[in-house]
Design a protein around this ligand. Structure first.
Ligand SMILES: [Zn+2]
Ligand SMILES: [Zn+2]
Ligand SMILES: [Zn+2]
Length: 121
């Protein structure tokens, strides 16, 4: 093995040891996780669970009887308090940002803002 190949191998080994994801892709993944699988809105209000543990937003829970992911029962009395807490403290850009809304909101302000957002009319 030449010295150059050896150095390349070291670099490759270092790459493999790097477990941290680039920030962009983890943020994207997080956004996917906090979207309701029924309405694809961010679950910034109450979050309910199906019997398998999938999260579904409260307004969808009142309209559906089966989880879209596993077809099992959704129980309006089981709540995902953990996700609710994390989402409540996270920040989101308004869903009307493509219409020009510059607002960045915490999860607990999000529903009220998007309801009255003047860019959403
Ligand atoms: Zn929903
Ligand atoms: Zn499910
Ligand atoms: Zn807005």
């Amino acid at each position: 093995m030449s010295g150059f190949d050896h150095i390349c191998l070291i670099f490759r080994t270092m790459e493999n040891k790097d477990w941290s994801l680039p920030e962009k892709s983890s943020a994207k993944r997080l956004k996917y996780l906090i979207q309701c699988p029924v309405c694809w809105e961010y679950m910034t209000d109450k979050i309910n669970l199906c019997v398998s543990g999938h999260s579904i937003c409260f307004s969808c829970t009142t309209r559906i009887t089966a989880c879209p992911l596993c077809r099992k029962q959704v129980s309006p009395w089981s709540r995902n308090y953990f996700a609710e807490g994390i989402i409540g403290e996270s920040t989101f850009s308004c869903k009307f940002s493509k219409n020009g809304c510059p607002a960045v909101l915490e999860g607990h302000e999000y529903n009220i803002h998007t309801k009255y957002c003047k860019f959403g009319q």
